[in-house]
Ligand binder design. Sequence first.
Ligand SMILES: [Zn+2]
Length: 317
Amino acid sequence: MLRKLIIILLCIACIPVYAYSQNSFGKKVGSKLKKFFIKGYTEQTVAAPDYSRLPEVTYSQLSGVTLESIFFELPQEIPALEEDIRFADFSELPEEYDIWSNSSINPYNVSLVGMKDTIKVDVSGYCPPSVKHVTSNWGFRKWKFHYGIDLKVHRGDTVRNAFDGTVRITRRDRGYGYFVVVRHDNGLETLYGHLNKILVKPDQKIKAGQAVGMGGNTGRSTGYHLHLEFRYLGNPINPNDIVDFQTHTVKKPVLLISSNTFAYKAEIDKIRYWTVRKGDTLGRIAYRTGVSVSKLCKLNGITKNTILRIGRKIRYT
Ligand SMILES: [Zn+2]
C-alpha cells in the first residue's frame, strides 16, 4: 500500500517538472543538469549570420572630403559621433553612395583609415570573374602599390560580374585599358581592367555571373590578364580578405570592414620619394637621403648603371 502511494506521488511530482522544463528557464536548467550528469556534454549553439542589417558610415569618417565634393549631399544636421560598432540597414547604403558618377572611379573622397564603425557586407552571392590562377598579387610592386589582384585570362575569355549590381563606368584609360566599374547591392564596388571588349553599358542592372567583358591586354599591361579590384566607398580592399583565390570561393559569407581593412595605407604613407634633378647620380641621392646605393637599387628595381631621367621619382624608404 505504502509503495503504491509513493509511486503515485512521484508521478504527480513529475508533471510540473516536465511542464517547467518546456519554458526557456527550464531548458537552461535542463542543459546545466545535462552538463553536470553527462560527462563531456557540450551545448551546440550556432549563431546565424544576420543579413537583415547593413552598412552605414558616419561623418567621423569624412576626413578626406572637401566641401566641393559633398555640398549638395550634406544634410542640415550632422549626426553626433558614435564610438560603438553599429550596423545600418542593408537596404540603405551610406549617404556618400548618393554620389553617382559614370566617369570617376572614386568620386566619394572618403578616407576610411581611422573609421570607427565596423561594417558588415554580405558577400555570399559571389561569382568569380575568372577562375584561373593569380598572376600578380595585391601589395607593393617595387616602388608602386598594386591595389588589386591579377588573374590569368586568355584573349576573349568571359569576365564575369562578382555580385548583383549596377554598372557605373565603362571607359578606356591609359593604365586600366578598357575597364568596367560595378556598384553592387551589397555596398562593394568592383573594377575589371585590361579588357579586350566591354559587354555592358553604364546604368545597366546586372546579376552576379553576368558577362561584363572579355579578357584582354589593353592599357598598361604585359600579357593577357584581368586586373580585379574590390572597393568600399572608393577605398580599395585586399581581395584576399574576401576571396580564396585557390578555390575561387568567399572565405566567409559576411565581410567585416573596419579600420584594420585600410591599415595598409599607413605603410604606403611611410614611403618617401626623391625627384631626380639635373646632375643627380645614385651616389648623390644616396648621400642626400642617407640610404645606400644598393638599397635604392632594390627599392626601385634598377641597377647602378640605370640612367636617371630628370623628374623620375626614386623611392628611398
Ligand atoms: Zn593588376
